[in-house]
Design a protein around this ligand. Structure first.
Ligand SMILES: Cc1cc2nc3c(=O)[nH]c(=O)nc-3n(C[C@H](O)[C@H](O)[C@H](O)COP(=O)(O)O)c2cc1C
Length: 135
């Protein structure tokens, strides 16, 4: 199993309805391919974690690259994972304000750095806590 984390720029003017549609597709499709994860959006950016079988995650990621509702996707972390962090979520969604998103965006600074497994794990634990508190 692998876990992949990326950031992307949301299409300007993307509405809550459009994000709901993304969520609907994800909740329909992801269980079929064994993918779980979380989608965070704040201001003009997305951050998504996809975890599941390697082929499924990579195929999905490539499919997402063609989605016009976002652009400039940047992978921040991709690693082998023994356990899921989001096993209860075919796709959880957190809407956050741009300020909070700035905090998350710090992960981008850790792109390709060896230390970032820890930073990543900690940030993800925060998300899981937030998801569980909100749902
Ligand atoms: C930021 C972002 C994240 C997305 N995440 C997923 C996802 O996890 N699973 C999924 O099936 N589609 C996701 N989509 C939507 C896909 O690009 C695509 O529109 C959808 O899978 C098509 O589903 P359908 O063939 O069932 O209509 C995402 C789109 C965006 C813009």
């Amino acid at each position: 199993m692998i876990r992949l984390l990326y950031f992307s720029h949301a299409m300007p003017g993307l509405s809550d309805d459009q994000v709901r549609n993304i969520l609907q597709s994800s909740r329909k499709n992801n269980p079929v391919i064994g993918v779980t994860g979380v989608l965070i959006y704040g201001g003009d950016m997305f951050m998504q974690v996809l975890e599941g079988p390697e082929q499924a995650v990579l195929r999905l990621y490539v499919k997402l690259l063609d989605d016009r509702r976002h652009s400039n996707s940047q992978i921040v972390q991709m690693s082998y994972a023994k356990e899921r962090m989001f096993q209860n979520w075919s796709m959880g969604v957190i809407k956050t304000n741009p300020l909070k998103f700035e905090h998350i965006k710090k992960l981008l600074d850790h792109r390709l750095e060896a230390v970032h497994a820890e930073v990543f794990a900690e940030t993800m634990r925060e998300f899981v806590k937030q998801l569980n508190a909100e749902h």
